[in-house]
Design a protein around this ligand. Sequence first.
Ligand code: PLP
Length: 394
Amino acid sequence: MKLNKNYNNLKQNYLFSIIAHKVAEVAEKNPDKTIIRLGIGDVTLPLVPAVISAMNGAVDEMSQKETFKGYGPEQGYGFLKENIRSYYERMGVCLETNEIFISDGAKSDLSNILGLFTEDNVVLIPDPVYPVYVDDNVIDGRKIVFADADESNGFLPMPNEAVNPDIIYICSPNNPTGAAYSKEQLAEWVAYAKRKEAIILYDAAYECFITDPNMARSIYQVEGAKDCAVEICSFSKIAGFTGMRCGYTVVPFDIEQDGLSLNKMWLRRQTTRFNGVNYIVQKGAAAIFTPAGEAQIRQNLEYYKRNAKLIAQCMDELGIPYTGGENSPYIWLRCPNGMGSWEFFDYLLEKAGIVGTPGAGFGKNGEGWFRLTAFGSYENTLEAVERIKILFGK
Ligand code: PLP
C-alpha cells in the first residue's frame, strides 16, 4: 500500500482539547465558580416543534408498508429541493431544482467537491477562517495561498491581481470574524474569479444571520455568479441541525470547461459515492420552510442575535475593537492591553470564568484576537457581559 503522506503535513489541531484541559483545571481549582462557555460554535436551542412534528410524521410513514421509503434520490428529495429553490427565489435568486443537491452538511461537501478538481489547482483561502478549508487542501496536496484578513481591511480581504488562484474560498459571514461581504464587494470577487478563470467556493453557512440588506446572503445575488461559483450551505445554524446532519450545495448548470459540466460531474459523483440523506431528516428540514417552521426558527435566531448584540454593546462600552455581532453569531474582538490570544484566553478564564476561543486557532492573522459566540443561553451571556465589564473597570 501507499499511504497519503500529506497527512503528515496537517498541523495538529489541539485547539479544543487544550481549551477543554485548561477549563477543567480552572474548574477543579475553583469548585464554587460557575464557568460560562462562550467558545462553542455549536447551537444550544433544541429543534423547533414544526421540525419535530414533521420527523414524527416521517417515522410513522416508515412504519407502514404503503408509505415506507427505501433508498431515496442521491441528490435529495424533490420536496426539499423545491423548498430551497423557493427560499432563494424570495431573495431574488433564480435556481433550478436540479442545481440543488441535498447533503449531510456543509463540512462533507466542502471536502467532497474538491474531488472534482485536480491536485495542481492553486487555492486561495482567507486567513483567519474555518480551519477545514486548509486541512482539506493539505490532505489533497494543493498549493495554498492566503488572503490576509486583518483590522486594516475590516477582516474582509479583497482580490489581489498579483495572485493567480484556481479555487477561491469565501466564507461570509465569516467564521470566526463575523465579518460579512456587501453585494458590491462580492461583485469584485466574481469579476476577479472570471478574470482568473477560477471557481469560487462560497460557504454561506451563516447567511441566516444577515439582516443588513446591503450584505449578500447568497453569492448568486451578484449578477454573473452562476457561471463561476458553487454555494455550500447548511441547516446547522439556521435551524439547529448540527446533530441532524443536513445541508445543501448549489452547483449551477452554467459552470463548464472543455465540454465538462460541473453540475453533471457533481451529479455523477453523488450518485456514485453517496446514497442520500435519510428521509426522516429531509422531512424535518422541509418543515423549516413551512410558515410555522419559519416563525419558530426566526424566534431561535432572534434569541442568538440578542446575545450577539449584548456582547457587541459591551465591547462598544469598553472601547474594545471588534467585528461581527451584527449579521453574525460571532464577536471577534481585539485582545485588550496588547495581550496574545492565549494570554487573553487564560486571563478571561482565570479572572472572570469565561471561556472563549483564541483567534490564533483560526490562522496566523488571528493572533491577538479572540472569538466569543452568541450560541450560549441569554442568562449566561448577560452574566458574562457583567463579568467582563467588572474586569475592565466599568
Ligand atoms: N462552514 C462553516 C464556516 C462553519 O463554521 C461550519 C461549522 O461550524 C460548517 C461549515 C459546518 O457545517 P455543517 O454542520 O453543515 O457540516
